[in-house]
Design a protein around this ligand. Sequence first.
Ligand SMILES: O=P(O)(O)O[C@H]1O[C@H](CO)[C@@H](O)[C@H]1O
Ligand SMILES: O=c1cc[nH]c(=O)[nH]1
Length: 236
Amino acid sequence: MTPHNHAKAGDYAEAVLLPGDPLRAKWIAENFLEDARLVNSVRNCLGFTGTWKGKPVSVQATGMGQPSLAIYVHELINVYGLKTLIRVGTCGGLNTKVRVRDLVLAQAASTDSAIVRDRFGAYNFAPIADFGLLRSAAEKAEAAGMRFHAGNMLSSDIFYHADGFAGYDKLPDHGVIGVEMEAAALYTLAARFGVRALTICTMTDCLITKEEIDANERQTSLREMVSLALDVAVET
Ligand SMILES: O=P(O)(O)O[C@H]1O[C@H](CO)[C@@H](O)[C@H]1O
Ligand SMILES: O=c1cc[nH]c(=O)[nH]1
């Protein structure tokens, strides 16, 4: 047990899906998993374990932002022994080639966050996805005919940028596809502790065209992402 998690040893499966939103964790447990049971509810940051296609898998909310995710992920790896961590999030679009509802596989995650920057001194560390998980997700998405893009994500500490789209500066011109708030910390912790991580996001709003999907559709449009992530999570 930890200050943030009252699950006992063995309550989590080795593979976990990580949504930011606790209600998304509940929705995944209720709508996708068999025999799901609640394993954590401290701070209402809900965690569940069940099975998907007969294989054990967990889902644990991380809250919003890299400091919050870093607490849950640090403990899932070091206290509970998890080995495969797949974030299932939402992101904003920084590139008009990506449409709302498309999936973004975060091959890498750029960041403005001190939580990553301050660890590497003179170096700009490049947080990257586990190649095996990334390849598996891309192959499965392609086989299922899902619209997806693999590339560089921005994990920002700022949701409401004071300068709006201009605040992202040169990143869109350098191929950065979308913006969310957690992947870089997830990838950095996975690298540090030698486990596998991937971030898959559904693009819910485009910062250029201002197109967005509403709260109700948000839930249903996340179905493809969740089933894809579960298939990848239980594969090995
Ligand atoms: O939908 P989730 O997984 O929370 O992800 C995105 O949504 C939140 C901001 O609205 C941030 O956590 C961002 O990363
Ligand atoms: O972090 C996020 C998530 C969704 N949409 C955004 O614009 N930013």
